[in-house]
Design a protein around this ligand. Structure first.
Ligand code: GDP
Length: 297
């Protein structure tokens, strides 16, 4: 299960302080040392860990003994609040254009789950938002990505715009947006090319697609199992192309949690959705408060 190690360690730490009617500075210090270890072990970015520990410590030392919660409970609440803030606070909704079609670019490295997530997101858009999405197969480099999207489209009974792989992704995207206007699709979901590594050509291509029609959203799809690599990837994509949100995939696996806890703080971009499996209905909005509760048990 995701976050298992982190949850176990934090919950153990919390048990110790929970019933305390008085919390000394030493108690807070000891607890924060354990929290710090737990976060580092979960592969959370070091700078993020430091800032988190500092914030919680400052607040915990100044707790109000007169409140209805015991001091121990107050400290736990502070940890929970700060974890929620760390992951972005509120759930971040999809931004739609008031002049349709809304254009959503899906970007990411190969294997992160970009094509799968494109299908899942189209499914969410239709089911929950009543939209008429057009899927666009612009990942011309990964063998079979175009076919994969077409198969997903068939499975979902949703149209896929594809022009093969001998044409540039920018041209595919351009024609797709025109096609969407003619056919009254209100959302265009572009599955852009991914590569094994970040390189100049990939970033340039994404910028060229961006320049066609300012996208309403640029979602970076990253694999939560890759921990700090996912955070670095997010930072690079954000600097080079500009992203508006992140989709964290494979949270159904046994990821330690580092990516989920660091990405927002490092990139200042919200995690919008999480992938919870391979099936087309396994995409959920990301709720920082629920995630924090889950981690703290
Ligand atoms: P792309 O190269 O980024 O387009 O990656 P794909 O969409 O082909 O996904 C790579 C693999 O990850 C596939 O086997 C997907 O089924 C799998 N995958 C994608 N998202 C998830 C997820 O949220 N959970 C799990 N368990 N597998 C996923």
């Amino acid at each position: 299960m995701a976050f298992e190690g982190l949850a176990e360690r934090l919950q153990g730490t919390i048990q110790k302080i929970k019933g305390k009617g008085k919390v000394s500075e030493q108690d807070v210090k000891e607890m924060m040392r354990e929290v710090r270890f737990a976060l580092i072990e979960a592969d959370v970015n070091l700078k993020v860990v430091k800032e988190f520990v500092k914030k919680v410590s400052e607040r915990a030392v100044g707790i109000d003994v007169m409140k209805s919660l015991t001091p121990g409970q107050q400290v736990i609440k502070i940890v929970q609040d700060e974890l929620t803030t760390l992951m972005g606070g509120e759930q971040s909704p999809i931004k739609f254009s008031n002049r349709p079609p809304t254009v959503i670019m899906m970007v990411g490295l190969q294997g992160a789950g970009k094509t799968t997530t494109t299908g899942k997101l189209a499914n969410v858009l239709r089911k929950k938002y009543n939209k008429k999405p057009l899927l666009v197969a612009a990942d011309v480099y990964r063998p079979a990505a175009v076919q994969q999207l077409q198969t997903l489209g068939k499975q979902l009974s949703l149209p896929v715009f594809a022009l093969g792989t001998d044409i540039s992704p920018v041209e595919i995207a351009r024609q797709a947006i025109e096609h969407a206007k003619e056919e009254h699709h209100d959302v265009v979901l572009i599955d852009t090319a991914g590569r094994l590594h970040i390189d100049e050509q990939l970033m340039q291509e994404l910028k060229d697609i961006r320049a066609l029609k300012e996208p309403d959203e640029v979602f970076l799809v990253v694999d939560s199992m890759t921990g700090q690599d996912a955070v670095n990837v997010a930072q690079s994509f954000n600097e080079a192309v500009g992203i508006t949100g992140v989709v964290l995939t494979k949270l159904d696996g046994d990821t330690r949690g580092g990516a989920a806890l660091s990405i927002r703080a490092v990139t200042e971009k919200p995690i919008k959705f999480v992938g919870m499996g391979e099936k087309m209905d396994a995409l959920e909005p990301f709720y920082p408060d629920r995630m924090a509760s889950r981690i703290l048990g």
